[in-house]
Design a protein around this ligand. Sequence first.
Ligand code: G6P
Length: 616
Amino acid sequence: MCGIVGYIGKRQAYPILIGGLHRLEYRGYDSAGVALLSETDKLNVYKAKGKVSELENVAQEKDCTGTIGIAHTRWATHGEPSARNAHPHVSESGNLTLVHNGIIENYVVLRDQLKSRGYHFQSDTDTEVLVQLIEYVQQSLGLNLEQAVQAALKRVIGAYAIVVLDRRFPNRLVAARKSSPMVVGIGEDQSEYFVASDASPIAEYTTQMVYLKDEEIVVCERGRDLHVFNLSNEDVPVEVKNVELDLTMLDKGGFPHFMLKEIFDQPAVLEDCMRGRLLPEHRRIVLSAVTDHRERLTQARRFIIVSCGTSWHAGLIGKQLIEHFCKIPVEVEYASEFRYREPVIMPDDVVMAISQSGETADTLAAIELAREAGAFVFGVVNAVGSSIARNTDTGTYIHVGPEIGVASTKAFTGQVCVLTMLALALGEARGTVDPGEYHAVIEELQHIPEKIGRILEQNDRIEVLSKIFTYAHNFLYLGRGWNYPVALEGALKLKEISYIHAEGYPAAEMKHGPIALIDQEMPVVFIATHHQQYEKIISNMQEVRSRNGRIIAIITEGDQVVPGMVSEYIEVPETLACLAPLLSVIPLQLLAYHVAVQKGLNVDQPRNLAKSVTVE
Ligand code: G6P
């Protein structure tokens, strides 16, 4: 949540900062701001409510010169979205300015103390407390900037990633983190540094990245090596990683929205996801996590999957896959519930975190809890080098490239693909998977990208279909077995971006409540592919038909029954039951996308949502 970018070097900072904010806008977009230290050492701060483009309008024709600056795009936690509450915040004296991601939990106490010492507050944010506190300790203890940051952060309870600029130290930016990500990019020689809340805004300038760890502070000074130290005042060795992001993934590539591009990315990125892991010539799946931790994983008494949102839906499919192929019991938990309800975690449990961003605060806290209880922690993550990836014992990246659209699409299919390969590799290691089925699934997995491509060819048809349904205020999504989590995911996609209320349900449960809602106004999406319980779902469809419900069915190509029953249907290619979600979710992604576009909504940045939820 919220995005940070900072620059110090020889170039003009403003274009780098604004470009970076555009890259980060997926993290939060209700207000934005920038602070620049001009050549005459004047601190210019511009802020705007709304998107980064609004900030550009505000800054137009103002003094935007300077080779050092910080910028922020916000997702409001404390205080409404407004220019007043936007970051950067400035200290009482006007010397310090700061941007912050996270939440300062003890801000009320700190603010009252600072007020009693004569500090005035302009905003409703917790962040403003930080900048005033740093100034207060700097002045009262006579500290330099980084020492003041360290002293102030010792008094803070909560989560933060911050960058601070002091007008009196024009060669220096100081950044710090706790429970919120922060990365420093090293530019040319030691003459320029980039700081950001993730690598995407700086990847076009450098591949040399330093990820800060919790309670670390970094000093980026022109002409000097990075200096990293921690709250306990120990110097920390600087660990430079070579991080190469595929920059084409950060552009829309000719599509009108990132979401549509990412839906269309799926055939190619699933190939990437399987490359080097699914070995067709050996008819085997090899995952290094399973090879390296074979003993620990094969002996697992239980898997507990912790995740949020779309990743939780992937977890529900993971449960079925692991139980089916590995015969190990699996529980799937919302990370936010798991972390607070004193869960029973055993040392022989494997706790698996599934997360696209690798930064979701609840998921991160859940694995910390699991670690303390001695469980083995496994990550299924997309963002390379993210906090969750770094805090697991082992894991498998999904490698689908950066996902920018707030509604997750390719990350979901990437997660399901990795979970399928994991279940197969582990099932083979445990001897619980039938060899015939093992080889059949491996064979079929290779055809999945091409089959997704065939579904994508129906995009125009789905667009036409979506026009019929933009009127609706409620949608019901029904599926059974492997397709039940797909029903949940289809409903989530629609509500996230079209603001239409949608519920996903196991089809048979419909009789226990949702059936009361069904009338001619209510579209009901059935995921009725030709697999287990097909006949039963047909019966559920009849029940909806006889109550005049409006059905959209996702069916297998060649289905002879459903087209005779309903007027709206979308066909997906035949596949194995356990791989059905990888195909049946695709038309639901497209349906949600087109309904939202028809309604004229901002698909990539839906209201109130953020891509990376780094607050609990
Ligand atoms: C947010 C995003 C969702 C995502 C969820 C979990 O709500 O908008 O798309 O599924 O967080 O995020 P994660 O990065 O942990 O998968």
